[in-house]
Design a protein around this ligand. Structure first.
Ligand SMILES: [Mn+2]
Length: 260
């Protein structure tokens, strides 16, 4: 069996979005992908917006996603370390995945050293200049009071409203596809600014739904993980190098077919 040496990154799966059929199909893809990495993954970073909406009550969690959660459990139980980042769609993860999946929940950025490289990892929402309205909203949504109040609503109402809200947010508006547009983008601006005071070999984000790698300076790269609605993109780190990949498989083919 292959040794567990690789680190995998994915984000913006948006499970639950675009209707049940679409979500189940996306779930099948991500499960196939997880299956394909389960023997060589040492760590798995899911960098936010894994769920289009998530809220966990003290005794109750949202329906669905059982194959996905089961596959995550399988990976974790076989020795893969799991990190779940809060995205702007699923910021309400508390201790359920900590207990069930032994996951580490990351609220903001995570700075780590792996394979001799320094990585900055963040979902990507609320960073950089501007967007004051969202930054305020994020503060409110993340406050204990807001969570406490939401928890008091009956889930049929609370989750219903949240799903409606979620369906009308960013996902509906396609992300900018042009690289040129992206060059001047706020997330890249944020990354370049962060590099003024700290060195990171890789700055890894999700959120923008545009899979791309960009050189920030001679030593630093910007990596956007893309999304799983159209691109099925992810990143893998091996021997100190982070690369963007695209998962090709939809069907029931064997795991070994994945290009590596
Ligand atoms: Mn997002």
């Amino acid at each position: 069996m292959t040794a567990r040496t690789k680190i995998y990154f994915a984000s913006d799966i948006h499970l639950g979005a675009l209707g049940y059929t679409s979500s189940r199909e996306r779930e099948a893809r991500i499960v196939n992908w997880l299956d394909s990495i389960k023997h060589d993954a040492a760590e798995l970073f899911l960098v936010g917006d894994v769920f289009d909406f998530w809220f966990e009550y003290k005794t109750v969690v949202p329906r669905g996603y059982i194959r996905f959660l089961g596959k995550l459990a399988e990976l974790v139980d076989s020795g893969v370390k799991l990190y779940l980042f809060k995205g702007n769609h699923d910021m309400w993860m508390f201790d359920y995945f900590v207990k069930e999946l032994n996951a580490t929940i990351i609220s903001n950025e995570l700075i780590i050293e792996r394979q001799g490289k320094r990585l900055f990892i963040h979902h990507g929402d609320g960073l950089g200049p501007g967007d004051g309205k969202y930054k305020l909203l994020k503060k409110v949504f993340r406050s204990r009071l807001c969570q406490w109040l939401f928890e008091r609503l009956h889930p049929n109402l609370g989750v219903g409203v949240a799903n409606y809200w979620s369906g009308h947010s960013r996902l509906a508006n396609a992300a900018p596809q042009e690289q040129k547009l992206f060059e001047n983008e706020w997330l890249v601006t944020f990354a370049r600014e962060a590099l003024q005071t700290q060195h990171y070999d890789y700055m890894v984000f999700g959120h923008r739904h545009v899979p791309m790698v960009m050189q920030l300076n001679e030593r630093s790269q910007y990596v956007n993980l893309g999304e799983w609605i159209n691109s099925n993109s992810y990143a893998v780190m091996a021997n100190g190098i982070v690369e963007l990949r695209y998962f090709e498989r939809n069907g029931n083919a064997t795991a070994n077919e994945v290009q590596d």
